[in-house]
Design a protein around this ligand. Structure first.
Ligand SMILES: Cc1ncc(C[n+]2csc(CCOP(=O)(O)OP(=O)(O)O)c2C)c(N)n1
Ligand SMILES: [Mg+2]
Length: 628
């Protein structure tokens, strides 16, 4: 057997560089590079390997400012690449590794591949406790990195070099499997990373992982066909899986041919352009009137590539037809079975095509004319509401968030990618942004992680250098994680970040009022000595000055005209641009016939809380516990 002597770190670099994926005949390298922050845990091991082999293996290295950020960035890169590429992320032991936990959870929730290589304490245990080691008093093999287990789809700890030979292929199997994918963690004790071993040459052969398009079972297709044929008011719920599978054209054909409206989730928005006649807009808690009324009355719901989270089901109140049934088209069995669906465990594109063929063969002509007319009427009603909400109304210095969204969307158009993750923006973007292609809308709303926004902008930019990228981020989320602006400057990544300054966590403040609680702890205010609470004046923040200090082009825009000019300047600029826009917090977009289950205190001295609890108990009666 031919062997080659390399350290564990060197072997990982070489192995990663030789893993490819293939789908529909297109082949590409799966790991596009490595992001990492070095410490004593990885500088001599994996870091040495990258320095020595990185160039020869074409495995570029990138340096972020925060380990959580690098994971978000890799996830955004992978999502924009339809999960056919990602980055690896390395960290030192202890805090560096722990910083990646949040990112790992976000990857796993959203079913997006990312390879995490946190360093771990000495396998030989001689110097214990090494700097940053948590010493468990009774479980000697427990390390902080065990915290990756519940948030990873694959976890292994390499305590002997040869374990890699089995572990790395297993890790890549999971990363490239559309049903299993998520965060994949290989924990690397710092001594093991540097250990040399004679690896079989074959371990480093070029390997191509076919990203499967599993075909649906004929019997499941037949069941779906009879349900659709018998339905009078069907709707399709589209999720991210339809986009990752590149099933959007087929979805459009299917919906048009059979006159079945499509309602959007956060991850699925963009699958059909906003002005597609069959696109009824978003459904659920942050939905619009068209989708929510169609979904309320639907007798059949065809779920395509969605995890059916509580925002689209409005905590199980979206679907009110007593006889509603579901078809679950999903490559992942767990998601396919949700809501007692007839599961069609398959690739979204393959399943849509198979069902369409069988429907056509059965002579199915689609929904009746009055239903199609209802869809068209509701769509028109909703589109008009959106246009109204986006239109500037009021004094120029009194911008509301909806107007800012309208202005930004009008300037950048429907093919720029808009990015967001948390706050009131995701809901408002879901209703108001008008994407014109499947990659024009990127809102992370599975984990809804504050701090994802700016770094995700970098990830999308790296995945798609020719596309205009605009990050819309709340002031609270900006303050939570903004230091990768420095990375964008260093890497010469051009994107536009619009910071909406409304003095804090306004979406949670709105939620707080809804559950009957007086304003408490959400706005960014000085402590008031008389109340000893955070009820003083707003803490002023110079977002423009802050961003400028990191080397970005930074612009303050207080009026619609200033915002339009700033967006034009950002477009013309040669670097990352931050536009700070003060927005009026009380100009909120209302809800549209929907709800979200946020439990209200069961007892309180406050009448507002008791009133909210009564309303809550009433609403809970609409929850469909029969379709779980
Ligand atoms: C990491 C993280 N912490 C806490 C939350 C809960 N949370 C959701 S939105 C939000 C406030 C966001 O504030 P901002 O970005 O200013 O948006 P706004 O609500 O003002 O639109 C908070 C605290 C979260 N989603 N993510
Ligand atoms: Mg805010």
């Amino acid at each position: 057997m031919e062997t080659v002597r390399l350290t564990v770190g060197q072997a990982i670099v070489r192995f990663m560089a030789r893993q490819y994926v293939e789908r529909d005949g297109r082949e590409q390298r799966f790991i596009a590079g490595v992001w990492g922050i070095f410490g004593h845990g990885n500088v001599a091991g994996f870091g040495q390997a990258l320095e020595e082999l990185g160039d020869a293996e074409e495995m570029p290295y990138f340096r972020p400012q925060n380990e959580q950020a690098q994971v978000h960035l890799a996830v955004a890169f992978a999502r924009h690449s339809n999960r056919l590429r990602t980055y690896a992320c390395t960290s030192s032991v202890g805090p560096g590794a722990m910083n990646m936990i949040t990112g790992a959870a976000g990857a796993t929730v959203n079913r997006i591949p990312v390879l995490l290589l946190p360093s771990d304490y000495f396998a030989n245990r001689t110097p214990d406790p090494v700097l940053q080691q948590i010493e468990h008093p009774t479980e000697r093999d427990a390390s902080a990195n065990d915290a990756f287990r519940p948030v990873s789809r694959f976890f292994d700890r390499i305590s002997r070099p040869e374990q890699l030979i089995a572990s790395l292929p297993a890790a890549f199997r999971v990363l490239t499997d559309p049903a299993d994918t998520g965060a994949v963690t290989i924990s690397l004790p710092e001594d093991v990373q540097s250990e040399a071993f004679d690896w079989p040459e074959r371990f480093f052969d070029r390997r191509v992982w076919r990203v499967r398009r599993p075909l649906p079972e004929a019997a499941d297709v037949a069941d779906a066909v009879s349900l659709i044929s018998a339905s009078t008011a069907p709707v399709i719920v589209v999720g991210g899986g339809a986009i990752y599978s590149e099933a959007t054209e087929e979805l459009s054909t299917f919906a048009t041919r059979f006159g079945i409206p499509v309602v959007e989730t956060q991850a699925g928005k963009g699958a059909l352009p906003w002005n597609h006649p069959m696109n009824a807009g978003p459904a659920g808690t942050n939905g619009g009137v068209a989708a929510n009324r169609l979904a309320r009355d639907a007798d059949l719901v065809i779920c395509v590539g969605t995890r059916m989270g509580d925002f689209v089901t409005a905590s199980r109140t979206t679907f009110q037809n007593p006889d509603v049934t579901f078809i679950g088209i999903n490559v992942g069995p767990m998601d396919a079975h949700k809501l007692r669906a007839v599961p069609v465990v398959a690739d979204a594109r393959e399943a849509i095509c198979a069902i369409e063929r069988q429907l056509a063969a059965a002579g199915y002509a689609g929904t009746a004319a009055p239903y199609r007319q209802r869809v068209a009427d509701l769509k028109k009603e909703w589109d008009d509401i959106v246009t109204d909400l986006r239109t500037v109304n009021g004094a120029p210095g009194d911008l509301g968030q909806a107007e800012v969204i309208g202005i930004v969307n009008d300037v950048v158009g429907g093919h720029a990618t808009v990015i967001c993750a948390a706050g009131s923006l995701p809901g408002d973007l879901l209703r108001l942004w008008r994407p014109e292609d499947p990659k024009a809308y990127h809102v992370e709303y599975g984990f809804s992680c504050m701090g994802y926004e700016i770094v995700a902008g970098l990830g999308v930019r790296l995945a798609d250098p020719d596309r205009e990228v605009v990050v819309m981020v709340g002031d609270g989320s900006y303050l939570m994680m903004n230091s990768e602006i420095v990375t964008a400057v260093a890497e010469d990544l051009k994107l536009t970040i619009v910071v909406l300054d409304n003095h804090g966590f306004q979406c949670i403040l709105a939620l707080q009022r809804l559950v009957g609680v007086p304003d408490f702890g959400n706005e960014l205010r000085f402590r008031d000595p008389s109340s000893n609470r955070l009820t003083g004046p707003y803490v002023p923040i110079d977002f423009r000055g802050h961003a400028a200090s990191m080397g970005a082009l930074a612009i303050q825009a207080n009026t619609p005209d200033e915002l339009r000019e700033a967006l034009a300047a950002a477009r013309a600029a040669d670097r990352i641009t931050i536009i700070a826009v003060p927005t009026e917090p009380e100009k909120r977009v209302p809800g549209f016939e929907s709800w979200w289950d946020v439990p209200v205190a069961g007892t309180s001295e406050q009448a507002s809380v008791r009133g909210a609890r009564t309303a809550y108990d009433e609403k809970r009666r609409e929850q469909r516990i029969d379709i779980q």
